[in-house]
Every structure is written in C-alpha cells, then in structure tokens.
Write a protein that binds this ligand. Sequence first.
Ligand SMILES: [Zn+2]
Length: 194
Amino acid sequence: MNSTCDSCKEALRAHNSIHLKIGDDYQHLCMNCYNEVMSEHHDINFENVGFEPINLSDKDGAEHTFTFHTRLLGDKVAMEAFEEMEGDKAGYQFQVIGRTKDDILSLYQSLYEKMKRALEQKHIEPNELTSWPEYSITRNAIVRGHITSDIDDGSTPVVIIDGHEISWDEFGKMVATYMGFNFKMELFDQSEEK
Ligand SMILES: [Zn+2]
C-alpha cells in the first residue's frame, strides 16, 4: 500500500488505515487520525497509545511478529494484533474489545494472553501423505480459525488456521478425509474466544 493519510500525510500501512465518509467526503485515514475524528465526534477523551511490535513463539518454536492497532468504536475500543507476513498473505490476527474507560494496558494484557493461548494450539499439521492439501487436520479433529475473504474472488471465503491462509477448496479437501464423520460448526465474533 503506497497511499498516505488524508489528514496527517503519514504513509498508510496494511491493517492500519480506514475509509471514513464524512458527509459527501471520503477520507482515507491512518488509525490515529481516525481515532481523533471519532473521539471528537463522540466527545470521548481518548488518547492514542502506540505499542511496539512483538515476537511470539508458537508451540513448534516458530516465531511470529505482531503489530498492534487500537481503533475507537463509539464508546468501545478494539485492540487488534496482526501478524506481519511476506507479500499479501494473511497470518494470525486477534482482537479484543473493551470500554474506552477501561485501562488500555489491561486491554493490551488480555489481548497478549489471548495470543499466547492461541499460539499454543495446533489444529493442522503438514500433510505427509500427499502434496496437496498442504495441511491435514490434527488427530484432535478440532479446527479453530478466522474467516476472511479472497481478494480475487469474493464468492468463497479463505480461512486462516494456525496463522496459515487456506483456500476454501483446500479446506474442503482437508475435511474430505473425514468422509462419514459428523461435525459441529459454531461461528462467533473475532473478539470472542472459544
Ligand atoms: Zn493520519
């Protein structure tokens, strides 16, 4: 992404910008400027606090780098962590939501704990039987993931499992191994944890 914030002119980074419509005017803002507009609009005393990127290891010892963004949502605040990835692949992403009067540090703490819990879980493993799909579901037969959309074709979702982007086709192939099994599926907000 090469564009700049319409307000402060800082370069916009992935996951750190938002399109805002004010009257007939569209603005592409960095998260800090967006939060300023929102806090003025809702008359909320909100101060942007930046958090440095961190590295976390997963269960297999692989390192993942995360950047943090805080976004004001009316009287609530969302804090999000995105894994930094090569190219345009999506990796792990996490969100917690709190009230704006909650301590921003305790919100950060709960996000951090949530990330650590998630990185300790493994739902898929490299597929050793065939070259495709690249992964198979682990023996626990439980899959947790995040649903995102395919940029090229919005008709099927792309899922992120254990920080790996997996196409709907590939996920289907992974599930096909379980022909004859039953399954249960529960969908819930990104800020929840189950
Ligand atoms: Zn800005």
